[in-house]
Design a protein around this ligand. Structure first.
Ligand code: ADP
Length: 158
């Protein structure tokens, strides 16, 4: 069983995340989308809300499972018997942080390989942060997130 973890905050899940999941699931038998507890990041959506929105969207895709994790990613990968971690790379600006994380994770557990996937060009400027900002200001986010996420954002801000 070739299993990969796709970790993140998913606050909330966007079409960019879904694009990465679609690509990743073709390369592995199973993708575990893992929502980080992220106590220090002050997310807009609670852990439960982030999990629910993922379950409503990515959770319906064959060979994709939604989970949560606390603590070290490499520990979670070991528990799940996953040999790889998938991350999305949008632009050069993502590179430095991702490079550091990947090498640190390799230092912690050499058996876990990090794989980077590039989304469709139109999603390269998309982030959860910018979607929240547009939604907060009342802009149209319907082409950036699934319908249930757009609805959840509207409920948060209006
Ligand atoms: P984190 O807090 O771990 O960065 P995010 O939910 O913001 O969590 O992102 C999770 C992963 O998804 C990261 O690897 C990030 O680069 C990637 N990602 C986020 N948005 C996009 C996008 N629009 N296209 C491709 N990858 C993305």
């Amino acid at each position: 069983m070739r299993r990969a973890i796709y970790p993140g905050s998913f606050d909330p899940v966007t079409n960019g995340h879904l694009d990465v999941i679609e690509r990743a699931r073709k390369l592995f038998d199973e993708i575990v989308v893992a929502v980080a507890h992220n106590d220090e990041k002050q997310p807009l959506f609670s852990l439960q809300e982030r999990l629910d929105l993922l379950r409503e969207t990515a959770g319906k895709i064959n060979n994709v499972r939604i989970a949560e994790f606390k603590g070290l990613l490499v520990e979670f990968a070991r528990t799940e018997k996953a040999g790889a971690v998938v991350r999305g790379l949008r632009a050069v600006s993502d590179f430095e942080f991702e490079f550091q994380m990947a090498l640190m994770n390799r230092q912690l557990d050499a058996a876990v390989e990090t794989i980077f996937l590039m989304p469709k060009e139109e999603y390269t400027y998309l982030s959860s942060r910018i979607v929240k900002e547009i939604a907060r200001l009342g802009g149209d986010i319907s082409s950036f997130v699934p319908a249930c996420v757009a609805k959840a954002l509207t409920r948060k801000f209006h």
